[in-house]
Write a protein that binds this ligand. Structure first.
Ligand code: SAM
Length: 406
């Protein structure tokens, strides 16, 4: 088999252009950015490198077949023709997922089943036995994508989605950002962890995602250094085990100390404790200065810098004055969303002049709540929630005062 293929890297909506820049830099070749991800041609080494190095992609898919189709019979034929025994042995396991946009089929479940049957029939014919299905931890995960008339079948080379970097304690944090989205916020902010980018500060860091992602960027630490990938269990990639070890070795060797200070804090001591432990597991505790503090009162940790945050919001997490589980008095005295953001803006105008703040929020009216005018607004999706990333250039006094003076 020629071991090169069209690759597709899906990403969250709104991240395509940033992922395109990242993949262009990692691959050094031509790419095609489309809705929902980035496509390019690549070999095994490139697929492994993208898994190891991409901070923004959800996974790396390896296309094994593509053809027009009309019904499930065509889908069966598409998968039946492939040499699956070159990918796995009958002792290994299988899972198939189907995504579709405008597919003319009655049941996507039936399409999924036909692909699974085709792989099992091909394996039984060649090896005398078929693989079992394992929906939680399969060796071979296939993704079938159906358009109106085109079927594309991919091998998922990542396995667990790439936002799982391998350092998170799944019990920690009420509303953690996905690591891929945290990386997208930093990319949208243009913060690349170089000396000229200056200090980075997340004043409501929760489980620490943004600060840890920032520290990985600043230390040039590959996001996939602490996890395994599906391709490690697939036969065609076993021939490339030396190349894989070399990629990991080179990635470890280039890690260095952060050239910029990174600060993080949260009003909840418990969250700061989690975040600190996460940073230690992610290998970047030395790069981040943590502090338990109320962002409505905390003074700037550096003269100038960039804040990147997803503040507590509405139904997901009420902003609190102090502590994760407020006492009754605190709950009664806790500001509502509007007064929390008004107080935050007033505090920033007073103490954070010269800083740039990037806030991710599901509320399109956040700037009017803060009585600040955003200088940029980037649409991004936090899972199913449509959000915007607002940029505020903080100046002393700001808007109202300036308006009065004019
Ligand atoms: C949406 S979460 C941030 C999640 C975080 N980005 C992560 O990935 O885990 C908001 C955080 O704001 C914190 N918080 C609420 N009020 C605060 C305040 N006044 N000062 C600082 N942090 C606050 C909460 O404890 C919570 O951890």
């Amino acid at each position: 088999m020629t071991f090169a293929a069209p690759l597709f890297l899906p990403c969250a909506a709104g991240v395509e252009a940033m992922l395109a820049d990242e993949v262009r830099a990692l691959s050094g070749g031509a790419i095609d950015s489309s809705r929902g991800g980035v496509a390019l041609n690549g070999n095994a080494t490139l697929a492994m490198r993208l898994n190891l190095e991409s901070r923004l992609a959800q996974r790396v898919l390896w296309r094994v077949a593509q053809a027009p189709y009309r019904d499930e019979g065509d889908l069966y034929a598409l998968a039946r023709a492939l040499p699956w025994h070159e990918w796995i042995s009958p002792k290994q396991t299988l899972r198939v997922d189907t995504t579709a946009r405008g597919a003319p089929l009655k049941s996507l479940n039936f399409a999924t089943l036909r692909i699974k049957d085709a792989v099992c029939d091909a394996m039984r014919e060649h090896a005398g036995a078929r693989p079992d299905v394992n929906t939680t931890d399969p060796d071979l995960a296939l993704v079938l994508h159906l358009d109106g008339d085109l079927a594309q079948l991919y091998v998922d080379t990542s396995g667990e989605p790439l936002f799982k970097r391998g350092w998170r304690d799944s019990q920690a944090g009420d509303a953690p950002l996905k690591e891929t989205l945290a990386a997208a916020l930093l990319a949208a902010a243009g913060w690349r962890g170089r000396e000229e980018d200056g200090a980075l500060f997340d004043p409501c860091c929760g489980s620490g995602t943004i600060a840890i992602e920032a520290a990985h960027i600043a230390c040039d630490r590959a996001p996939g250094l602490q996890r395994r990938f599906a391709f490690e269990r697939l036969a065609p990639f076993r021939d490339h085990a030396v190349a894989w070890r070399n990629l990991q070795h080179a990635a470890r060797a280039r890690v260095h100390a952060s050239p910029v200070p990174i600060f993080a804090g949260d009003v909840s001591f418990r969250m700061v404790d989690f975040a600190q432990r996460h940073a230690a597991r992610a290998g970047v505790d030395a790069a981040i200065a943590f502090k338990t503090a109320d962002m409505l009162q905390r003074l700037p940790p550096a003269e100038r810098g960039t804040m990147v945050l997803n503040p507590p919001y509405g139904e997901r997490l009420a902003p609190k004055g102090r502590g994760t589980v407020p006492t009754r008095e605190q709950a009664q005295g806790a500001p509502d969303t509007a007064s929390f953001f008004a107080a935050l803006a007033a505090h920033w105008k007073r103490h954070y002049a010269g800083w740039t703040a990037w806030l991710l929020s599901p509320d399109a009216k956040l700037p009017s709540l803060m009585r600040l005018k955003e200088s940029r607004r980037v649409p991004l999706w936090n899972g199913p929630i449509e959000c915007r990333l607002f940029r505020f250039d903080i100046v002393a006094g700001a808007m109202r005062e300036r308006a009065r003076a004019q």
